[in-house]
Design a binder for this molecule. Structure first.
Ligand SMILES: [Zn+2]
Ligand SMILES: [Zn+2]
Length: 196
């Protein structure tokens, strides 16, 4: 049984491991699980389209890709469904797995390379396999708004009846009187109507 994240694995076996070699690929990843944040995400069953270029470099494979997808969510103010086009560029270096060090000099170099590695950014190949999940997820999540809106000027819902303001008459209002204001009105009534 395949794990859900297996869809993000890309086999680079046809890219020769000679610095300067390059290949381009165009493909879709159909995701089995949502990718995004609570309020908006690319939904399960949707495709993430990738235009990807792989380049052999001395330490590994440099991945450059344009990814595009459509995220679905709802407006934070009026709850209307919204769709958002996502277009992101990603670029990551996937290092070859460290080779067994044989000589003293190789061991020294391996240690130095380890020190150079940025811990957060440490993407490794697994044989010929490149796992695109982390960069794709990060790129999509970073592109999503925390407060998605159907329109920047969305007026939201009328608190009185729950209908979208944009669907209501401009002078729409409710005769709702806050109990505290009702009390004040009672106090001021004699002044308004009574003798001076
Ligand atoms: Zn809205
Ligand atoms: Zn209303």
């Amino acid at each position: 049984m395949a794990r859900p994240s297996d869809v993000f694995l890309f086999n680079s076996h046809d890219l020769p491991r000679r610095p300067g070699e390059m290949k381009e690929y165009s493909f879709d990843i159909t995701i089995p699980e949502r990718v995004g944040i609570d309020v908006i995400a690319v939904l399960p069953g949707e495709d993430i389209h990738c235009e990807m270029r792989l380049e052999s470099v001395s330490q590994g494979v440099l991945v450059s890709a344009e990814i595009s997808a459509i995220a679905d969510g709802e407006c934070m103010r009026c709850l209307e469904p919204i769709e958002l086009d996502i277009n992101r560029h990603i670029q990551e270096l996937y290092r070859y797995e460290p080779q067994k060090a044989h000589t003293k000099a190789e061991r020294k170099r391996a240690r130095e390379e380890e020190d150079d590695l940025d811990e957060d950014d440490d993407l490794m190949m697994d044989g010929d396999i490149i796992n695109l999940e982390t960069p794709i997820r990060d790129a999509i999540v970073l592109d999503l708004p925390i407060n998605p809106l159907c329109a920047l000027d969305c007026q939201g819902l009328c608190p009185g009846c729950g209908v979208k303001f944009s669907a209501l008459a401009p002078d729409h209002a409710h005769e709702l009187i806050d109990p505290r204001w009702a009390g004040l009105q009672g106090l001021s009534a004699p002044e308004d109507g009574g003798p001076a």
